[in-house]
Design a protein around this ligand. Structure first.
Ligand SMILES: O=C(O)[C@H](O)[C@@H](O)[C@H](O)[C@H](O)CO
Ligand SMILES: [Zn+2]
Length: 299
């Protein structure tokens, strides 16, 4: 596809940019800088980034039905009032694991906030293993744990018919699927739908398009890949000018643009001088496919 274009829209220099989410009401892209401890909002209109600093690693952000946002902050689910720059705790997890923090999170089609945890990294992909779990925050603000023994809880999304939940534990180098019960939010019957090839490196964030295909950002792979979860085949590779591509979402007018976040943590001076846009936010146009609007947290 020769019409694919890639532009760095914000040279934010994020340490670990993550969790891009399109905010239609604001015509803006939300994302976080995990170790930079910031929630960022890039305006499609002004092309400027506003950022709110927080007091712990912030690993994901989501829309909220009642307005404003919800975030995962340290080991807490929290509410974020943007204008007031006010953060209030909703619930805490992994209380027995002081070295843990949340990682990627996303809201399901019924308005439940799914997010997983991991041990804090010593350096990228180096950490105490099997410390993470996957959780759901329900609209009544109760929390349920689905499973533990996770290394790096990462990308997640749901199939278009809402019957399948897709999930990535990065160090498994696999994109997994579960049967999904939208009524209860329960998952089961885990299986792998795609195993990454060596040059694709580490699977990180992901999103689904309106054809039901998955887009996965490859950390250290400098690319996003499009996968068919039915056949287990890779359909497309889009390379980016930075190695540490962390996550992707669709946004812009009618969700026809893709936004990709990236990281700079773990890169030395020489590497950074070769990739000065590391930590920036990228826009991909001309993919010829659209995305699904994000679901707001119902609580
Ligand atoms: O962005 C994330 O999801 C993690 O917080 C990162 O630390 C990377 O994914 C990890 O380093 C890759 O292995
Ligand atoms: Zn991630």
């Amino acid at each position: 596809m020769s019409s694919v274009q890639i532009e760095c829209v914000a040279r934010e220099g994020c340490r670990i940019g993550e969790s891009p989410v399109w905010d239609e009401k604001e015509s803006a892209l939300l994302c976080v800088d995990i170790t930079g401890r910031k929630v960022c909002r890039w305006s499609w209109v002004t092309k400027q980034v506003q950022a709110i600093s927080v007091d712990a690693p912030v690993s994901s952000v989501a829309l909220r039905k009642s307005g404003d946002y919800v975030i995962t902050l340290g080991t807490r689910f929290a509410a974020l009032k943007w204008k007031e720059q006010l953060v209030t705790t909703i619930a805490q997890v992994d209380k027995d694991k002081p070295n843990n923090r949340f990682n990627d999170g996303k809201v399901d089609p019924a308005g439940r906030y799914f997010a997983g945890t991991m041990a804090e990294e010593i350096r990228p992909a180096v950490l105490e293993r099997h410390q993470g779990s996957l959780y759901t925050l329900f609209s009544d603000l109760s929390v349920v744990k689905h499973f533990d023994q996770v290394d790096i809880s990462n990308g997640l999304d749901w199939s278009l018919d809402h019957k399948t939940f897709f999930y990535i534990d990065s160090l498994s180098y696999s994109v997994d699927a579960f049967d999904y019960d939208l009524q209860t939010g329960k998952i089961g019957n885990r299986r792998s739908v795609y195993r990454l090839e060596k040059e694709e490196s580490i699977p990180d964030g992901m999103c689904i398009d309106t054809e039901g295909k998955l887009w996965v950002a490859c950390y250290d792979g400098g690319r996003v890949i499009r996968l068919d979860p039915e056949t287990g085949k890779r359909l497309q590779t889009v390379k980016l000018p930075v190695d540490k591509t962390t996550s992707c979402c669709f946004g812009g007018k009618d969700y026809s643009e893709m936004y990709v976040t990236s990281a700079s943590d773990g890169m030395d001076k020489e590497w950074l001088s070769r990739q000065p846009q590391a930590g920036g936010i990228f826009k991909i146009t001309g993919l010829g496919v659209k995305g699904v609007p994000p679901y707001p947290f119902a609580g």
